[in-house]
Design a protein around this ligand. Sequence first.
Ligand code: NAP
Length: 342
Amino acid sequence: MAPTFTQITLAERPKEHILPTTFARKTVPLASLKPGQGEVLVKLHYLSLDPAMRGWLRDQRSYMPPVGIGEVMRGQAVAEVVEAGPGSKFTKGDIVDGPFGWAEYGVFPDKIASKINAPPGVDVLDFLGPMGGTGMTAYFGLLDVGKVKAGEKLVVSGAAGATGSMVCQFGKKRGAKVYAIAGSQAKCDWLENDLGVDKAFNYKSPTFHADFKKTVGFLDVYFDNVGGELLDFMLSRLNLRARIVLCGAISDYNKAKPSGLTGYMTLIAQRAKIEGFLVFDYASRYPEAQKDIATWLRDGSLKRRFHVVKGLQNAPEALNLLFNGGNTGKLVVQVADTPAKL
Ligand code: NAP
């Protein structure tokens, strides 16, 4: 039988939660892929799963167009070049990253792929974690938008996730007092015992609000990955000239209608700031962050954790782990059966 590969396409737009009918699985002949001039044929090894993917399923104005019905689902991945077309700048065996999508193989123009040269102490998979979008989001969100300073109180929601776990550690490196918020005791233990935050709170605990008020009091920087009720609560905990870094609002992504904020008037009284940002705007400065992050990975002072789900066919179900808190650290799908030594 002629070799085939799997693609996952968008079948229908979810109204709220992602359902088994949201995506469709397609089997495609491998022979249909042939790189042309300045193109490469790549084999995916790891695919990043991100909360932003839920936004790309929504047919509404955003920072990029939605994924179309019938199109291969969008996603960042690490892949191996298996064939370089005429005039391509890549060669067979190169390891690259790029927005290759939810497919085991694909043909792409050179310009959307970047060759990965992992420095010593850095793994190729780190380019979907601390050295990739996750690390860049945490680094620039905290330092450029949050402008956190030594001695300040930094509060991080979604703290045991990919971005949050980086923000917590970058905050400690800056000399901030770091308070983490996550959804289970196991996550809080990891944050306190392994990542070294000053205190972690389980937001699902019935005593969360009282515990937080007693221990933290008021905050200087709130790095928000969650939005909704938690953001509303933090609006009531602002110090003078506090900064809220609006990174994400995952608690609202699956809702047909997002919950509104009621506590925003404290922004006036405390002369505080709330600012959204997109990591892509910092693309020209990524090398600056990657230099620091590679140093910290090499000297072992920055910890990272990956939650690896095997098999591209499991990507649709795995995406829900981000919304039910099933992941700790960066969620990725191992696409290749036996990933080559990358
Ligand atoms: P992640 O934190 O690894 O995974 C999401 C986590 O969110 C889950 O593990 C879950 O942990 C928590 N969560 C889910 N629903 C929640 C709810 N209702 N209330 C509280 N916590 C909830 O994902 P990530 O990739 O690092 O992304 C984190 C955030 O950053 C997302 O909002 C994402 O959209 C945003 N982001 C923004 C940018 C940007 O450029 N602005 C770039 C990348 C990511 P618990 O067990 O703790 O609930």
